[in-house]
Design a protein around this ligand. Structure first.
Ligand SMILES: [Ca+2]
Ligand SMILES: [Ca+2]
Length: 165
């Protein structure tokens, strides 16, 4: 288990600030690119999940996946907490680089409780220090604590009326 909030280290805070700076740079690059629905740090055509923030260990899904218990965080930094861990019930952040206009819908279990969704070109980045719970889900906002470490299935859907990131 990762440390609880009370024991967040300065090291973790420093990594988060670095990620924010990298995100700012990435945002500039995305703006300059042609109209592609690319989420940050997620290759075109993929739906990406992360162990902590969106620059932490990553796993990329190319399609719907009904069971995360055979998927592992093997992409991204190999020297960070979470590298090699199982994806199931360990997702804190997500990015959507669908090239087909698909929303990423995450579920507690396949066919079970809906958790959250991410629009094409959008992301949820759980770097927020205060973990504020909000009803709105701005692009780039964090997953609230209640939705972290729960995702076990991904379903790609066309445009829906859900309040996605
Ligand atoms: Ca799987
Ligand atoms: Ca789950």
């Amino acid at each position: 288990m990762r440390p609880q909030h009370a024991s967040h280290s300065l090291r973790r805070r420093a990594r988060i600030l670095t990620a924010a700076a990298a995100l700012a740079l990435g945002g500039a690059a995305i703006t300059a690119a042609p109209a592609a629905a690319a989420g940050p740090n997620c290759a075109n055509g993929n739906h990406c999940v992360f162990y902590t923030d969106i620059y932490s260990p990553k796993h990329s899904f190319f399609n719907s996946d009904h069971n995360f218990n055979d998927d592992f965080f093997l992409e991204g930094p190999s020297n960070q907490e979470g590298s090699g861990q199982i994806v199931d019930n360990n997702v804190w952040s997500a990015s959507n680089s669908s090239t087909g206009g698909y929303e990423s819908h995450y579920y507690d279990t396949y066919g079970g409780t809906y958790l959250f969704c991410v629009n094409p070109g959008h992301y949820a980045n759980s770097h927020s220090w205060d973990d504020a719970e909000t009803s709105a889900r701005p692009n780039g906002g964090p997953l609230p604590d209640s939705l972290r470490q729960r995702a076990s299935a991904l379903v790609l859907r066309g445009t829906t009326t859900k309040d996605c990131y």
